[in-house]
Design a protein. Structure first.
Length: 150
């Protein structure tokens, strides 16, 4: 055997593993989209993620109703493309405020950080929506005042 043959075999093996990883990542993304679309049908969806550099990461998806109570909760945790979403029953039937109070007491830091990001984005979204509602209300009031002046 020639050294070039060994190098070629190693390069083919590396390329094959890279292609396999790409295919498996495709199926994981497809599973994520399917899960997300199913959860969107149930109510408003909140997503939080905490990446792990050399440890497992975590993605948390919550579905909430109009009273900000969790209807469904799923989490994907791990480092590989074989990870799937699992239902987290301990979050279901809790309000957003109750989850916020539990954050400091959670043992799993990745889930805690993912939930913290999720709750922060929910708070920012709620503030923006309130601002938009007030802005619309102010514009309506201004139009009516202008209407009264004419």
């Amino acid at each position: 055997m020639n050294i070039n043959d060994n190098v070629l075999k190693i390069l083919i093996f590396i390329f094959g593993m890279w292609m396999l990883q790409g295919i498996l990542a495709y199926f994981q993304i497809r599973h994520f989209r399917k899960t997300l679309n199913e959860m969107k049908k149930q109510g408003r969806v909140l997503i939080g993620q905490e990446k792990g550099k050399l440890s497992a990461g975590s993605i948390v998806i919550l579905v909430i109703d109009k009273y900000n109570r969790v209807i469904n909760a799923k989490e994907m945790r791990g480092m590989t493309v074989f990870d799937k979403f699992r239902t987290r029953n301990e979050f279901i039937n809790k309000t957003i405020d109750e989850l916020k109070e539990e954050l400091p007491h959670m043992k799993d830091k990745k889930i805690s950080l993912a939930l913290k990001k999720l709750l922060n984005s929910f708070r920012k979204h709620r503030i923006i929506n309130k601002y938009r509602k007030y802005k619309i209300l102010i514009n309506i009031i201004k139009r009516k005042e202008v209407g009264f002046l004419i």
